[in-house]
Design a protein around this ligand. Structure first.
Ligand SMILES: [Mg+2]
Length: 365
């Protein structure tokens, strides 16, 4: 055994388990089709991929997709990652709380960079113990809800075809990106393509409060589960107005970045949207989930358009959540993701039981 006060849990501080080495790379992954939301359209997803290795050469991997909307870019992530990784070097990857305390001294912001390091450490820790991450967290794999498939903003006929293809692939839930003056036409097109799917809609802050309430009335005729982020995150009173007057439940995404935001949105949204790349990793995402539960909110675990090397870790948290929006890697072009993950099926089922140790990803050869 090694000393140094690292004997905090199973496997923590055993000989050979400390992080001895790390590396960082940036990967640009082409999307299957351009992905549009109200803020713009993207054709590639750029992620940072972090690897940490212990003294025996075992490796853990994690990734993060920096979002300029949250003040982070691949360049800022690259700039802070060496300092974040220096903070975990020499530590066992199971020293979870200690690394997050250390991160606070290294960098504020840059949640996707912190998430990439945190996921890589969780992956290595779980691999050292030969357990899948969901099992290490004690979660019941059969509790994971199915993931929806996101239909990005596009011409209505394209949205209809994408919705139809997703329904044909077996998706039961579709998330429809809205936030334009032709929203009604687009939803009708999606409904035409996928008559039996349950829909969620995400305006990504594009509506005014009155517009959101008005649109919720006709959206309610389309078997819509909730409207996500109807108004700008800065418009706190607007969010409350929508919550009090809309015909549908409201989900808070851009308004609910970390656990600290939960008390603020609990009286103006029904669902908290939790993402590793917003919260700063698995540990802070767990805190956000528990905060949301303590405030009687429902929870959706979401993702960016991103690699399985992050998505798989988010999937491990799905058993704690009511809804999953974990199609990020399915939106990438075939073969673009350097990592494969058996736990996310092509029809949105999260089949966590039986996934490989760690977060459960395999590097594409
Ligand atoms: Mg959203």
């Amino acid at each position: 055994m090694t000393g140094g006060g690292a004997e905090a849990g199973p496997g923590v501080g055993r000989d050979g388990t400390r992080i001895a080495d790390w590396s960082v790379e940036t990967v640009a992954m082409e999307l299957d089709v351009p992905f549009g939301i109200s803020r713009g359209t993207t054709t590639t997803a750029e992620s940072v991929v972090v690897r940490v290795r212990d003294e025996t050469g075992r490796e853990g991997v994690g990734s993060g997709s920096p979002e300029p909307h949250y003040g982070e870019t691949p360049a800022t992530a690259r700039a802070v990652l060496p300092d974040l990784l220096a903070a975990v070097e020499g530590e066992p990857p199971g020293a979870i709380q200690r690394r997050h305390v250390a991160f606070e001294d290294v960098v504020r912001g840059n949640p996707a960079a912190r998430a990439a390091v945190d996921v890589a450490c969780y992956d290595l820790h779980a691999r050292q113990l030969d357990r899948a991450l969901y099992a290490l967290l004690g979660l019941a794999p059969e509790r994971a809800p199915r993931s929806c498939f996101s239909v990005g903003l596009a011409e209505p006929d394209e949205m209809r075809d994408r919705a139809g293809a997703a329904a044909d692939a077996g998706f039961e839930h579709l998330k429809v990106k809205l936030g334009t003056d032709r929203d009604r036409e687009r939803v009708a097109a999606v409904r035409e393509g996928a008559p039996d799917a349950r829909l969620r809609v995400d305006a990504n802050e594009a509506w005014t409060p009155a517009e959101a309430v008005r649109k919720s009335h006709w959206l309610a005729d389309h078997d819509v589960e909730f409207v996500e982020q109807p108004v700008p995150a800065s418009d706190r009173e607007g969010l409350r107005f929508v919550y009090e007057h809309a015909s549908l439940p409201v989900a808070a995404d851009e308004s609910c970045v970390t656990a600290a935001d939960v008390p603020d949105v609990a009286d103006r949204a029904d669902v908290a949207v939790v993402k590793l790349d917003k919260a700063g990793g698995v540990w802070p995402a767990l805190q956000q989930i528990h905060a949301a539960r303590a405030h009687d909110m429902e929870v959706m675990v979401g993702c960016m358009v991103q690699s399985n090397a992050s998505l798989a870790a988010a999937a491990a948290l799905a058993p704690l959540c009511d809804y999953a929006d974990l199609d990020g890697s399915l939106l990438l072009a075939d073969g673009a993701d350097p990592f494969t993950f058996d736990g996310l099926r092509a029809d949105g089922e999260l089949a966590l039981a039986g996934t490989a140790p760690g977060i459960g990803v395999t590097e594409r050869s």
